[in-house]
Design a protein around this ligand. Structure first.
Ligand SMILES: *Cc1c(COP(=O)(O)O)cnc(C)c1O
Length: 354
């Protein structure tokens, strides 16, 4: 019997994630600290007062306006979805189907997965041996003769290591990509001290993706957004399902954006912990840690399976990365609280067990 299901879907792997229980959960680059409890209480109070029987805004208009005010960005250029991973799929629908998608590898898995699912022509440009982006190779891929156009996905900072491309490199790539859509995924920008709003204002083919899932401590809420020029946002919004943002998401984002003061202190704490662990890991006899500008550290070990098990025996859950090309032996640890990070260091033999 023939199947009605498209071959590209059948051929695609499932999203590579397997949940594991552990005392210290350092595997998903979440914030270890929950949304502040007094803000949660405010959200719950307001939720009791809004109507649940009515549909929310068609295009999350109230949320978009709150984001626009916070970001100093025109509301017409803000596109809100249930997590920025939805926007990755929508942007490939917008300008990748029947055209091209360019990204780097290894990378956040969703860019390539989405491109394959939607049958876009995918080019994955290898990172350099130090896991930084290869600007010249990217520009060659963009300008390949007869290469057409499409979407370029560049997370900055760049998974898997958290490296930060120079602004010169980013500008050179954006300049080479007139006629393309350049999507800069800023999921971790708060931890790098650099953002690309000025760049996006200067180049109307640049779209920024931001999320409440990382620095804001709201991964469970599922809200992300794009900052784009008005015209591009209008086209992108056609692809967002109507009424997508629930009353919970709406109220919680409004409360978070009205009380953003907790974020900066947390980011500073994560950055300080990142530098402390980076220094501590220098003393490991066989592990090598990569410099990071995000809220995680990539570590190359002689044997990722063994390292993963050793850490998990001490209750510390990290993410294996060794199935990705070029990441043999690699594990990734999300930076947690000081106590969680100490548990990791102890499990790695770098602190006397507490
Ligand atoms: C975590 C992450 C996101 C955020 O995804 P959400 O769907 O908003 O939770 C986006 N891009 C990258 C590279 C990430 O690591």
């Amino acid at each position: 019997m023939t199947s009605p299901i498209r071959g590209a879907v059948i051929a695609s792997p499932e999203y590579p994630f397997k949940p594991v229980e552990a005392k210290f959960k350092l595997d998903q680059n979440e914030s270890s600290e929950d949304f502040p409890s007094e803000l949660k209480a405010t959200v719950l109070q307001r939720l009791a007062q809004v109507s649940w029987n009515r549909y929310p805004d068609l295009h999350s208009d109230a949320v978009a306006q709150a984001i626009a005010a916070y970001e100093a960005w025109p509301a017409a250029g803000v596109v809100v979805t249930t997590g920025s991973n939805v926007l990755i799929a929508l942007l490939t629908q917008l300008a990748g189907i029947g055209q091209r998608v360019i990204t780097v590898k290894p990378n956040f898995a969703l860019y390539a997965l989405g491109a394959n699912l939607l049958d876009a022509q995918l080019t994955e440009v290898p990172l350099r041996p130090d896991l930084s982006i290869d600007r010249d190779a990217l520009i060659s891929a963009i300008q390949a003769p007869g290469g057409g156009t499409g979407v370029i996905y560049l997370p900055v900072p760049q998974p898997p290591s958290g490296s930060l491309a120079s602004m010169d490199d980013i500008i050179a790539i954006v300049e080479a990509a007139h006629g393309w859509l350049v999507v800069i995924d800023e999921a971790y920008f708060q931890f790098s001290g650099r953002d690309h709003k000025e760049l996006a204002r200067a180049y109307p083919h640049v779209v920024l993706l931001r999320t409440f899932s990382k620095a804001w401590g709201l991964a469970g809420l599922r809200v992300g957004y794009a900052l784009a020029p008005d015209g591009l946002a209008r086209q992108l919004r056609k692809l967002v399902p109507p009424f997508a943002t629930s009353v919970l998401q709406t109220v919680a984002v409004q409360v978070a954006l009205a009380n953003p003061g907790y974020v900066a202190a947390r980011v500073a704490a994560v950055v300080a912990e990142r530098e402390r662990l980076y220094q501590a890991l220098q003393k490991h006899p066989t592990w090598q840690v990569y410099p990071s500008h995000a809220n995680f550290l990539l570590i190359r070990t002689p044997d990722a399976e063994q390292a993963f098990k050793q850490l998990l025996e001490h209750g510390v859950l990290v993410r294996r990365q060794d199935s990705y090309h070029g990441l043999e032996g690699c594990i990734r640890i999300s930076l947690g609280t000081r106590a969680e990070n100490d548990a990791f260091l102890a499990a790695a033999g770098l602190l006397p067990a507490g």
